[in-house]
Write a protein that binds this ligand. Structure first.
Ligand SMILES: [Zn+2]
Length: 298
């Protein structure tokens, strides 16, 4: 997955939050082990709670002023988005804004995407690296520590890693769509279980990510330049592998040695692939994970 180097991605609103910048995780003897522990936590948490825990649990700082004075707006070119994970997020944001503004009447962008290092304050409370990427409905902002991306690139290789990264951003943006369209309203965000509101929200966000990625190749900037070079079947297959890797059953089996559907929050590997594919081959309107029987989720 590569960006067309002539495309203009300057509309993507992504900032890097100061403070932790320049600090290195680990370092010296034992640093590697620390990094690995953090990566395991990241993967667990992306599959654990990327909306519900935030909305339900971290209310300590809600309403407080967030210090954004050290934020630095990224100003990447499309060529840089092909080389740098942070710049790739900016490219994804430019594409997502274009796509969703055409899909949703009265659409408004998220406040932005904040790239942070180790910890930061958010409209949903304090956030740290081990939470993985998440969307905060209160301040309508996506938060991500790019160390999560290093892990995706390691697991899926550089090329697949790039598309898997877009899948993650597209998924979090999907939660923003659920927020502004009212889908989140009245839903039990801290429920767990195979057919819980949480799982339905997560599978719908996967579907929205798929719908966007399926259309992304057709998107053009203001000058008519395609944002992306054509995406290959192999790359799509790799993005599907990424969706499978973050299924509740897969993660539970790997980390606990057993699968417990009652604690599901995101759905199984098969379900995540199914709904990503539904989006990929369809439109957002096809992403109806609510109002259907549990048997139709899988
Ligand atoms: Zn999610």
């Amino acid at each position: 997955m590569t960006f067309n180097e002539n495309a203009d991605i300057s509309s993507g609103k992504v900032s890097r939050r100061g403070g932790g910048r320049g600090m290195k995780i680990g370092g010296g003897a034992g640093g590697g082990a620390i990094v690995i522990v953090i990566i395991v936590l990241l993967v667990q948490h992306f599959t654990g709670v990327d909306v519900s825990g935030v909305a339900g649990g971290l209310s300590g700082l809600q309403g407080q002023q967030i210090d954004t004075s050290g934020d630095e707006q990224l100003q990447c070119t499309a060529a840089e988005a092909n080389k740098d994970a942070n710049c790739r997020i900016q490219g994804a944001a430019a594409l997502l804004q274009d796509y969703w503004s055409k899909q949703v009447q009265g659409y408004t962008d998220p406040q932005g995407i904040v790239i942070f290092d180790q910890s930061t304050t958010t409209g949903c409370g304090a956030a740290s690296t081990d939470m993985g990427p998440f969307y905060c409905p209160t301040d309508q902002t996506i938060y991500i520590d790019p160390k999560f991306y290093d892990e995706l690139a390691q697991q899926f290789g550089e090329e697949a890693g790039a598309l898997a990264q877009l899948y993650v951003i597209g998924h979090e943006w999907g939660h923003h769509i659920q927020n502004i369209t009212g889908t989140m309203k009245g839903k039990n965000l801290s429920a767990t279980g195979a057919s819980s509101d949480s799982v339905r929200l997560e599978l719908q966000a996967d579907c929205y990510a798929g719908a966007w990625i399926g259309d992304a190749q057709a998107e053009t900037d203001e000058n008519g330049q395609h944002y992306l070079n054509p995406v290959t079947k192999d790359q799509i297959a790799d993005a599907l592998k990424a969706a499978a890797a973050v299924g509740d059953d897969h993660i539970q089996q790997a980390t606990q040695g057993a699968v417990n559907p009652e604690s599901f929050t995101h759905g199984t590997s098969a379900e995540r692939q199914k709904w990503f594919t539904t989006g990929l081959n369809g439109e957002p309107v096809d992403c109806q994970t609510f109002g259907i029987p549990a048997s139709q989720l899988s």
